[in-house]
Design a protein around this ligand. Structure first.
Ligand SMILES: NC(=O)c1ccc[n+]([C@@H]2O[C@H](COP(=O)([O-])OP(=O)(O)OC[C@H]3O[C@@H](n4cnc5c(N)ncnc54)[C@H](OP(=O)(O)O)[C@@H]3O)[C@@H](O)[C@H]2O)c1
Length: 118
């Protein structure tokens, strides 16, 4: 009788663990192979979005005006090898045009594109 109870408990725990694993796997975002360009990435919301996207597989492009802060964020990314900097002042339209073209040119040369723009 005791062995039946123990087997039932073990079975229920295993079933619970399996369901929890499947749910976690299906709800964890996967940005592997995706490129995410984040403006305002040197602090606040943009900085932490960079860490999140990077930790979920994305190659992140970090933009803002403060290069020292962008380097700090790049180095703090969970996978800094998948983080690059594109210094950019969003109020300077000529700079937006030039930097965007350069970023897109580099990505296209690697067969990539911008998948998400923040
Ligand atoms: N924090 C909140 O709870 C909250 C809630 C709702 C809405 N928001 C809004 O969300 C936005 C971000 O908030 P936050 O708390 O993350 O602010 P934050 O820490 O001040 O971040 C702003 C970011 O924008 C960049 N930035 C500012 N001017 C720029 C420019 N001309 N060109 C390029 N980058 C520029 C800054 O970098 P550089 O200075 O290096 O350029 C910085 O990386 C704000 O508009 C805020 O009003 C925030």
């Amino acid at each position: 009788m005791i062995s039946i109870i123990i087997c039932s408990v073990v079975f229920l725990l295993a079933a619970y663990a399996l369901v929890a694993y499947i749910r976690r796997k299906n709800t964890t975002p996967d940005y592997t192979g995706k490129t995410v360009w984040i403006t305002g990435a040197s602090s606040g919301i943009g900085e932490h979005l960079a860490y999140e996207f990077n930790s979920h597989g994305a190659h992140v492009i970090l933009s803002a005006r403060n290069l020292a802060e962008l380097k700090r964020v790049q180095e703090s990314c969970p996978h800094p090898e998948r983080a690059e900097i594109a210094k950019l002042d969003m109020t300077n339209y000529e700079e937006i045009d030039a930097v965007s073209k350069e970023v897109i040119r580099k990505l296209e040369a690697e067969g990539k594109k911008i998948d998400v723009l923040v």
